[in-house]
Design a protein around this ligand. Structure first.
Ligand code: BJ8
Length: 422
């Protein structure tokens, strides 16, 4: 870190001793998993810096934004429209949910057999380890899976900051109407807490900013289809994870700079692995930072991860919002219809996910798919079986969590799968 942020952490109420412990574990893991990679693009230096400052400089930026009366809005799901948050000059942040910390505390409120992502966001808060959650003015939840829905009730009692958007379970006409109304309600809520009215101009600017970010991520995704890929799956995952934390304009610029370099690598035939290395597309539950386990296993087993059919991945940037609107109302309609296209396994039926997975597989010229579900994530665990019966490419299912206990066993299974692709 560039300086000592202890006074800031103290002021926002973190548990300093535990927080120091977390940062040291994180920094060791980062060194072992990320900095040990060979042949990384120069452009990853920016993202290394962001990670080294994820609880430092970025927190200071948020703190300054708060002083300027900008609202900090925390989220856990790609269903929450970022455009509306930016349109009231708010700051959008994904909240910490990717590490096995504070589980003991979390298990005082939710059963042990709850998905790791839920236990993690509760654990981070209950242990005083997440500076983002402390700085938020509003935490936006959503009625997606049952675990999240019920955990949000408890999280509201703990934080007193929850606002829950109702996400329908289906995509019929009445569901779309309900969702459209929810988006309007969310706009009203943001205007109320920020004291700023969303104008056509602010909505257009925000929509363009978010679209530019998605376009940059699409560009990065397409570059991973080359053989050899110019960037590792671990590095591309990191960029996607950081998309939920960083300033969107700066982030977009840095991703585009990285892509310029990757295009040059492609022209020179330079990759991170030898040509012909098996290419894996990962599909399923999200990879909240710092969940790097599966990518690390794959890339240490003789393959390369070339895509994520996941919310921290393709599901987050696949669709753009139509910018051709001439009133705030029309803009809200376009935003609502963009977000309802997201193919989360919480929907029924969710057949478009299979079609999207097949096209991504072809687009990325992958050799096989590893379907990854977090343990106790029923929607993805069940869809994994359904997908298996409907695809004709090499496919394996795994269920895991954030612990390292099954690392060896998973590695053996992944290695065996990769062998079949050679
Ligand atoms: S749109 S995937 S980000 S809900 S918390 S469903 S892992 S049991 S996160 Fe999600 Fe939005 Fe859907 Fe994407 Fe499973 Fe755990 Fe539930 Fe989870």
């Amino acid at each position: 870190m560039t300086k000592d942020y202890t006074p800031l952490w103290k002021e926002i109420g973190l548990d300093l001793a535990k927080h120091d412990g977390l940062l040291s574990v994180l920094s060791d893991a980062y060194k072992n998993i990320y900095l040990s990679q060979k042949n990384r693009p120069e452009g990853m230096k920016y993202f290394d810096f962001v990670i080294s400052e994820v609880h430092g400089l970025r927190i200071e930026e948020l703190y300054e934004a708060k002083k300027e009366k900008r609202k900090i809005i925390g989220t856990f799901c790609v269903y929450v429209p970022e455009e509306l948050i930016l349109a009231v000059d708010g700051v959008f942040v994904g909240l910490c949910a990717g590490a096995e910390v504070g589980f003991e505390e979390a298990e005082k409120y939710v059963p042990r057999n709850t998905c790791a992502l839920i236990k993690a966001f509760m654990g981070f808060k209950l242990s005083g380890l997440c500076p983002y959650v402390e700085l938020t003015d509003l935490i936006v939840g959503e009625t997606t899976c049952d675990g999240k829905k019920k955990a949000y009730e408890i999280f509201d009692e703990i934080t007193k900051k929850m606002y829950v958007m109702e996400i329908p379970n289906m995509k019929n006409e009445m569901d779309r109407e309900l969702w459209h109304k929810e988006v309007i309600k969310f706009k009203d809520k943001l205007e109320e807490i920020s004291g700023k009215e969303i104008t056509l101009d602010s909505l257009k600017r925000a929509t363009e900013t978010v679209n530019q970010k998605r376009l940059a991520l699409q560009r990065l995704s397409k570059l991973r289809a080359y053989d050899p890929p110019p960037i590792s799956g671990l590095d591309a995952l990191l960029v996607n994870q950081i998309s939920f934390y960083d300033d969107p304009v700066r982030f977009t610029m840095k991703v585009n700079e990285l892509c310029d370099e990757l295009e040059q690598r492609v022209r020179e035939g330079k990759g991170v692995v030898p040509k012909g290395t098996p290419k894996i597309l990962i599909s399923g539950s999200p990879f909240a930072i710092p969940n790097w386990k599966l990518h690390a296993i794959i890339e240490n087993s003789g393959a390369v991860a070339v895509g994520e059919e996941s919310c921290v991945g393709n599901r987050n940037f696949r669709e753009l919002t139509d910018e051709s609107f001439n009133s705030v109302e029309e803009g809200i309609e376009k935003i609502a219809s963009r977000y309802i296209k997201i193919d989360c396994a919480c929907f029924t039926p969710n057949n478009e996910r299979i079609d999207n997975l097949k096209s991504l597989f072809n687009e990325l010229k992958a050799d096989g798919v590893i379907h990854y579900s977090l343990q106790f994530c029923t929607p993805y665990m069940i869809e994994a079986f359904k997908i298996e019966k409907k695809v004709d490419f090499p496919y394996m299912r795994i269920e895991t969590d954030y612990s390292m206990e099954d690392f060896g066993q998973l590695k053996t299974r992944v290695e065996a799968f990769i062998e079949t692709l050679k």
